[in-house]
Design a protein around this ligand. Sequence first.
Ligand code: C2E
Ligand code: MG
Ligand code: MG
Length: 651
Amino acid sequence: MRDAVQVSLPAPELPADPAGDDAAQRMRPIDTLLADRGELFQALFMGAPIAKAMVELNGHLLVANPMMCALTGRTAGELAGRHMDLFAHPDEPPVGDLGLVPAPGEPALDPNLLLDGERRLRRSDGTELWVVQSHEVVHHNNGTPQFVVLSLIDVTDRRRAEEDLVRRAFTDPLTGLPNRRALTDRLRHAVALSRRRGLQVGLVHLNIDRFKAVNETLGHEAGDLLLSQVADRLRWSTRVEDTAVRLGADEFLVVAEDVEDLDGLRALADRLLSVMDEPFLVAEREINLSASVGLTLGADTTPDDLLRQAQCALTSAKSDGSRARIEVYEGALSHGDIDQLQLETDLRHALDSEELRLFYQPIVALADETLLGYEALVRWQHPTRGLLPPAAFLAAAEDNRLTSKLGAWVLHRACTDAAAWPEDLRVHVNISARHLAEEGFSDLVADALELSGLAPERLELEITESTALFAAEATLHSVAVVTDHGVTLAIDDFGTGYSAITALHRLPLHTHSIDRSFVADVVTEPATAALVQGLLQLGRGMGLQVIAEGIEDLDQAEWLVAHGCAMAQGYAFGRPAPLPSPAEVLIGELTDAPAEETAGELLPEPALLPPVPRPRAEWMNRPHAPRASDDTGELATTGTLFDELADPDDD
Ligand code: C2E
Ligand code: MG
Ligand code: MG
């Protein structure tokens, strides 16, 4: 095709145009042809069933036949005089960049003319057009090139059919996602690209838990609808550079390009799992699904090995019939990662299998030790590690979407428990910054109050000072909604973080707590004493209630009373303890109740109240009790109400 065909036309040489008019000059060969060979030109060119145009060597169109006009969607008048790059498709590389050179013996031609073969063009209406292009150079009698006859054969339909075949071969017909066959190619491409950028490719291999049950209960048609919806959610929640693939049945895989580290991949897996959390609606029924996940990542691993690793991780996520577990291929992990990941997996499980507990620690009026309420403090009754304090697992929850799940559990549990206490007792609940910033937080609080029946005034939310300082507008709004309903807000451990007074101004605060690290030294360290005095004054000046935390002995309590601190919390008044079990309360009631009442079955409903503060008399006469050596003194065992109340120094 690329060899110029010598077509010799016995037309006279063109005289130079005296006026030097370009367009007129271009039209001369056609006039000549029409004049000399009118019929032949009509038959071979104008009437040809193939799109043809006569083109100058520099790519400008001289004349186009009707087929060319029909193919390109332009009239002959629009085409005459225009350059061929008018047809170029914008998504194809510029022709000039292709480095095309004329075939040996061929004259210098515009590169557009040299593009023989199959190429993509654009019609006047912007639609795509596939053609097979060829060209023939027409020479003068003396052998100099005169113009080029360009032919375009429309192959759009064939091309579409081929593309359709290819697409079908690489697409899952049910979900429209790429299939397993497409995966190998994409994965190879992703590995090569990420390696070049010094990053890694991550795989998230998902398997829907108990999908078989959906098919069995609702039928295969419903199962198919469900899978399509799962596929849609996966498609929406991946980045453009990631590819979601359906591997078959209820298995999906997401190839994530350019992953920096495991945290990045885990964030993606969390996002994918969280979009599964919303119930699916199939055949007018709400279906809740979960998925198990295997993760792996690497840059120097072959695509086949990566796939094997992800499969292996998924298999271990599904072992022992577990659900909604994320497992990482071990080779992709450092030891620290393994511990952290195990913790997260276990914590996810803990939330579902009710291993979390709330302990309650009394808050008292310092002057007379009247019980004012309790702070709810979360604990994890770990199946193998025993009772864990919040410091052992809250960070793991912070790093992923467990925060809101855990926070919601704590809030609901605390409100429900507190609703059963006498009405003058309040409950304080710690809220993580991340949870507070989440959309729907104010609705969650409203739900917890409504479901439990707890009056909003009996709930105090404790936030940290950095939360207050860095809160975004949405958080401030959420807080405003909650406090408008009567819930109060406390700033916890003020002075241990950024200590920015501005933090106190940003939110509608009710209370601030003085951290136990200050209280511990308040009697012995003059500098700390001065600081605590300042904090107390600040609270008073701002009209805030102040709670001194961590009071362990009489000296501290007396110093704080003397300096005007109204409220307190600390081991001196009671350690955090679980609610007594109904059986424990019943035994207490039975033992205390007069015989006739027991006989008459007139026992009141047991009150599930946490430990009441230790009477002052119990510790007043034992000043300078050694302080608890560590933060978790009360946590060594699961402890009962009575253990928790026992003084560590008692024999
Ligand atoms: P916090 O809110 O400042 O809670 C007070 C902490 O001080 C509790 O530790 C409590 O056991 C301890 N404490 C109270 N009195 C004394 C004392 O006299 N001596 C000593 N040595 N310690 C005392 P815990 O339960 O380990 O909680 C630690 C922190 O974990 C809490 O500090 C709070 O910031 C966070 N936390 C606890 N539960 C939750 C929760 O449900 N959600 C969130 N987001 N955070 C929580
Ligand atoms: Mg607190
Ligand atoms: Mg505190």
